[in-house]
Design a protein around this ligand. Structure first.
Ligand SMILES: NC(=O)N[C@@H](CC(=O)O)C(=O)O
Ligand SMILES: [Zn+2]
Ligand SMILES: [Zn+2]
Length: 343
């Protein structure tokens, strides 16, 4: 099966030795990716984004083609003029909202949505997309409810007050989010990860705790996974791939307080072909991975292709990627992957 080259609309490349190790894993199959700005310190200004982009291009092995789409990390100090100018100059694709404390390296994120209202209004006016980590952080809200409460308390009021803002609810994990995106106008889209199409919370918790399946938002019960598969394989243009491939070294995952994040860049396309085949929707894979994302961000689809071939012999993906910072365990879907990718 040959499809347009896919893009990844939510990717963590990190920096330094980790960046060098993980970048080829994405660039091998993907044409572009939205690069998450949650470095330490975060990517908050156009200058930061420019410098980070240069480090990424510098780490790209000779002969590989890849276009990193840069994001700014929204803080309560973000200057609306800097954001609008950076977007106009083509330096950034959008701005990322992390509710403070919601996930990895989100301490500089937003505590009070009123403080960022001027930036969001300027973005709506200038057509700058907003990407959201859609979870509230209130201590009294159960971790399995944090996405649904984000819709009620943050996203719906924001979209009512600033309806022209183009929003992606990223890495959605619930049928509530699927329904919310379906019920909205074209200014709202939902990205879905590879792992949330494959695992539910049992994978994390049954038979011993599995740190390599722990990510945020945390995987929910099976009925939510089924809703995500239905959305992804439906062909509905408002749903597209954002892998949220988020490498952490094994020592950082396998400990009493382990980091959140699943690393799936290497085998994502084989996993997706499997999921779409099981759903009887291989003909919708191209829309989900290669067409719907560019449509939402107002970009053309890639003009090169990749070919996926199903073989009797499974693909021999390694269990771990060795990086200069230590080993990173690759997402294990729990079944053999027979779809081979030729880029
Ligand atoms: N998804 C995760 O569990 N972790 C991401 C952050 C994020 O996307 O929320 C990371 O940076 O490690
Ligand atoms: Zn997130
Ligand atoms: Zn992420």
């Amino acid at each position: 099966m040959t499809i347009r080259r896919p893009d990844d609309w939510h990717l963590h490349l990190r920096d330094g030795a980790m960046l060098e190790a993980v970048l080829p894993e994405t660039a091998r199959h993907f044409g572009r990716a939205i690069i998450m700005p949650n470095l330490v310190p975060p990517v908050v200004t156009a200058d930061d984004a420019n410098a980070y982009r240069a480090r990424i291009m510098n780490a790209l092995p000779a002969g590989m083609q890849f276009d990193p789409l840069m994001m700014l990390y929204l803080t309560e100090q973000t200057d609306p003029a800097d954001v609008v100018a950076a977007h106009k100059a083509g330096l950034i694709t959008g701005v990322k909202l992390y509710p403070a404390g919601a996930t990895t390296n989100s301490a500089s994120g937003v505590r009070d949505m009123d403080k960022v209202r001027p930036v969001l209004e300027a973005m709506a006016e200038a057509g700058v997309p907003l990407c959201c980590h859609g979870e509230v952080t209130d201590a009294d809200i159960d971790i399995f409810d944090r996405e649904a409460v984000f819709i009620d308390r943050i996203l719906e009021p924001l979209r009512r007050d600033v309806p022209q803002l183009r929003v992606t609810m990223e890495h959605i994990t619930t049928s509530t989010a699927v329904e919310y995106v379906r019920s909205a106008d074209a200014n709202l889209a939902g990205s879905i990860t590879t792992h949330h199409l494959i695992i539910n919370r049992n994978h994390i918790l049954v038979g011993g705790i599995k740190p390599h399946y722990y990510c945020l938002p945390v995987a929910k019960r099976e009925s939510h996974r089924v809703a995500l598969v239905e959305a992804a394989t439906s062909g509905d243009a408002r749903f597209f791939l954002g892998t949220d491939s988020a490498p952490h070294t094994d020592p950082n995952k396998e400990q009493a307080c382990g980091c959140a994040g699943v690393f799936s860049a290497t085998n994502t396309m084989s996993c997706l072909a499997h999921v779409f085949e099981v759903a009887g929707a291989l003909d919708k894979l191209e829309a989900f991975a290669s067409l719907n994302g560019p449509l939402h961000y107002g970009l053309p689809a890639n003009n090169t292709t990749i070919t996926l071939t199903k073989r009797d012999t499974p693909v021999g993906y390694p269990e771990k990627l060795n990086t200069g910072e230590g080993p990173v365990t690759l997402f294990d879907p729990g079944f053999p992957l027979h779809w081979h990718i030729e880029a």
